[in-house]
Design a binder for this molecule. Sequence first.
Ligand code: UDP
Length: 464
Amino acid sequence: MTEALSPAISISAGSKPHILVFPFPAQGHLLPLLDLTHQLCLRGVTVSIVVTPGNLTYLSPLISAHPSSVSAVVFPFPPHPSLPAGVENVKDVGNSGNLPIMASLRQLRDPIIQWFRTHPNPPTALISDFFLGWTHDLCNQIDIPGFAFFSISAFLVSVLQFCFENIDRIKSTDPIHLLDLPRSPIFKEEHLPSVLRRCLQTPTPDLETIKDFSMNLLSHGCIFNSAECLEPDYLEYVKQRMGHDRFFTIGPLCSIGSGLKSDSGSIDPNLLSWLDRSPDGSVLYLCFGSQKAMTKDQCDALALGLEKSMTRFIWVAKKDPIPDGFEDRVSGRGIVVRGWVPQLAVLRHVAVGGFLSHCGWNSVLEGITSGAVILGWPMEADQFVNARLLVEHLGAAVRVCEGADTVPDPDELCRVIAETMVEGGGGVAARAEEIRRKTGEVTDANGSSIADLQRLVKEFGRLN
Ligand code: UDP
């Protein structure tokens, strides 16, 4: 029931594939998968999305955009002893919420099977977040093909896969030499993702869920929110490991036309008018993702560095402790935001020239595609790996600090900010611009990411 696809044409009405989508409830995972779902719906796919009540609100933009092709399949959130009542998203508790939420969601297996078996027109495939590797078995049980969605780089997938396969070998060495991987990278143990490091230390029942990660590469297909031009060698490595070509590189999703803007919303009018009055490229935007809480010492050092640098800035501080009097001292030149900011929209504003970032993968993609020079401060999770790719492999960013608990030196911070914002960071700004142009090409109508998106839709049509 498949038709030939061209960039403008999708599957015809009447033959719409029905796909089950299972996101992981952390903003960095959920938002790109909803963006992908939007792209699939635009191309004629019907979708059911597994969600718990506390996350239903995040589906609203998608459901409004596609009222007849998206439905939410709502299951009560399975409780977990280490999660406060009402917590259903990592955003509500920070990084420590990942493991218990992963363990909780595992308990949805039977309810999903029951839902599937009683559905009049059950889905013909599942797309699930890579944190839900156990869904590989679920797919076998209900006999539909599974697709793993990676909201992380192929570089990180390569690192994780290598480490899980060589856990005994790496347990006893530091730094860890990943000799079998392209470029043979070497990482200090403390720079590997924290979930993996905890796995190397004391095993707990929750950590068993991490080991599900390896199941992802056994999926029928893998989908990457990445781009050929960013990490061709690691994408190829993972593809080789999978051993077939149901491998789809469809990113950066944030720059594919007619995006969902699921979380972009609109910029606060005061912030927007301040940005409009700022010279092009003059503003440094600071945000450390959706999970990180900064300490008082870190905020003091950041504030001092910003004050000395004389740079215009927006600092998304959320509930972080900003020093008393700071906002008055920088009034007119800098803005501290206490809540959630529509990051992509802010980064795209012509006044923004730099992005001091923790290097979460979504932030990296949003920064790169907006042409902002990234000043990286990797702290935990995948961030050291992403910073390595950006700074060393691509030469498109500078490193400004490292470590979750590190307090930066304000003078050094001031120096790097000034060097990058004013002088272009010794060619880094030019390289960032080149990468921006290349990522723009892959998401153009004739680009490789769009071609892979079409190939994915075609695959769903074939499975129908
Ligand atoms: N984000 C946002 N506004 C904020 C903070 C974060 O829109 O105030 C978005 C950001 O644009 C990105 C996601 O939340 O899409 C964070 O994902 P990332 O992978 O960068 O970091 P994580 O939160 O997973 O550490």
